[in-house]
Design a protein around this ligand. Structure first.
Ligand code: CDP
Length: 210
């Protein structure tokens, strides 16, 4: 069983994916971490995340420890992530890892939840459940701002909003694997609590699998 959760920045994908994985006892892969880790490696090495050679080298060097790093949530890394993510060769390197994870979830789990931008459209087009989680930009920026502050990171709301809007625009308009809903069930979480969203999706999945 594969559950694909896509959507723009800070829409609530991660929270929902985590709750679904816990509830169904499935493996969880936050694919944004892969792109963030590649972006982080490039920035750390003093490279240019928009340059194919720099980004590809970082993608090829990526190891599992770097994906778990706590340093992936700065706005600089988010911006670098979306730049490396627009490079087709980088996406290609990360594709096999994501598909293997979905096909053979670690820990012998019966299913996998993957969240990202192109899971339902490119990585796992045959996913059993496809969700597209969205919310108004101001709401998403407010949530991300709060999240960053709670992590003890410096954050200014206008800068967060601008960064999210610029990144969404880049993710939507890139040529390879652009962010789009495709045939997924689209849920706007702007005026819903995480509990409400989770319950809606849980019922939807249970209805479809019984
Ligand atoms: O946490 P947030 O929603 O802000 O972003 P993320 O999911 O960690 O993804 C960071 C960046 O990686 C995105 O802006 C995309 O450019 C890229 N990404 C992608 O292209 N494809 C994915 N499947 C996941 C992330």
């Amino acid at each position: 069983m594969i559950i694909a959760v896509d959507g723009p920045a800070a829409a609530g994908k991660g929270t929902l994916a985590k709750r679904l994985a816990t509830h169904f006892d499935f493996a969880l892969l936050d694919t944004g971490r892969l792109y963030r880790a590649v972006g982080h490696l490039v920035v750390d090495a003093g490279g240019n995340p928009a340059k194919k050679d720099d980004a590809l080298r970082a993608a090829q060097l990526l190891n599992p420890g770097q994906i778990k790093s706590d340093d992936l949530y700065t706005e600089i890394v988010a911006d670098a992530a979306s730049q490396v993510a627009a490079i087709p060769a980088v996406r290609q390197v990360l594709l096999d890892f994501q598909r293997d994870f979905a096909r053979t979830p670690p820990g012998g789990k019966a299913g996998a939840v993957l969240d990202g931008r192109d899971i339902g459209t490119v990585v796992c087009p045959n996913a059993n459940i496809k969700l597209f989680i969205t919310a108004r930009p101001e709401i998403r920026a407010k949530r991300r701002h709060k999240e960053l502050q709670e992590k003890g990171l410096e954050s200014k709301y206008p800068a967060v909003l601008a960064e999210i809007e610029a990144r969404d625009e880049r993710d939507r308009t890139r040529e390879v694997s652009p962010l789009k809903a495709g045939d997924a069930w689209k849920i706007d979480t702007s005026d819903k609590t995480p509990d409400t969203v989770f319950e809606m999706v849980r019922t939807y999945i249970e209805d479809r699998s019984s």
